[in-house]
Design a binder for this molecule. Sequence first.
Ligand code: ADP
Length: 375
Amino acid sequence: MVLNRVGIIGGGQLAWMLRDAATKLNIKLIVQSPNQNDPAVSIADHVIFAPIADSFATKNMSELCDVITFENEFIDLPELAILESNGVKFYPRLNSLKPLLDKFDQRSFFHGLNLPIPRFSLLENEADLNHDLGYPVVLKARRHGYDGYGTFIIKNKQELTEIWNRYNSPSMLLEEFIPFQQELAIMAARNIQGEVICYPVVQTIQKDQVCRQVFVPAQIPDSIVKNVEAIAHTLLSKLEYVGVFGIELFLTDDNRVFVNEIAPRTHNSGHYTLDMCDISQFEMQLRAVTGLKLPETNFNSSHSVMINLLGYETSNSDYQEKRSQIKAMSNTYLHWYNKTESRKGRKLGHVTILGNSRQELEKKALEIESIWEQN
Ligand code: ADP
């Protein structure tokens, strides 16, 4: 059966970036998203305007699609499970997503697979404030966190108590702080037939828990690349996963790797693939969920850097002047998500620069940041 009408739950920039791949593969995109201004509204063949967790809307969408996939995790899994049991095809399958949507469940799942992870515990009542994870400790919302919202690095018990109380003492995840030397990520995919591919391991650089830059490839020993790829293979096969996912990891000074989390979808750390690779993570996602082959990727350069353009003010500016300056730089590709409103920390676009060395790209990344941040 040909699966060429793909439904996407979520209409943000990750859905918007499916556009070229869908055209190339002759796939129709049907998007479920709440607002007229959401980035993917402009590229969809059809839009169902509804909140992400509105499963009634997803049911309507399913009548227009052969398969439904996801752009974010803010879904109502039990409601979607009713649709799946009535024959609606979701890739990844809902069973693959089940252990991943809640950060505590994800940690417990990794633990069950003996994957290397930070020590963790639940914070549910006053007694749990006396955890044995030491300080600093990392406090995380179990669901609906993204771009560092919902993640707190906490210095002492007093701060922990304050922040937990500020959020009305919900059930939260506590985990050991890993003093990492660098943060790594990998994008990997598995298709319906079980074929698997991995993109290179990259280094991600965050500030205030938000990803700012991604350098490709990470400068790490081969043994660590192999280790990260093995983790990706284990997770894809244990989850019987269909689609693309991103894994974020920590690497310590003594070369130990810890899994931070899986994002069960295309991911910011894979945006470089749009310009550096002949098959982007977005094409790989569509290929995986429609049962096409997953070819090995060819690269347009040996190195690249991706820089997120984050909002730094509340404004309706489209930053035309800054965008023109960035576009004028050589080997530089600007992706602007056409959001109508800028807010502090909001991802408005990204830039990828292709190059021949890490050193060259570090310099260019600084140039981009100074253009972006100048007044
Ligand atoms: P989100 O899902 O919002 O991206 P993450 O759990 O990935 O949140 O955390 C965001 C960032 O916070 C990470 O990229 C890392 O810089 C930091 N962080 C998260 N967990 C830990 C940890 N256990 N030890 C040290 N730093 C952490």
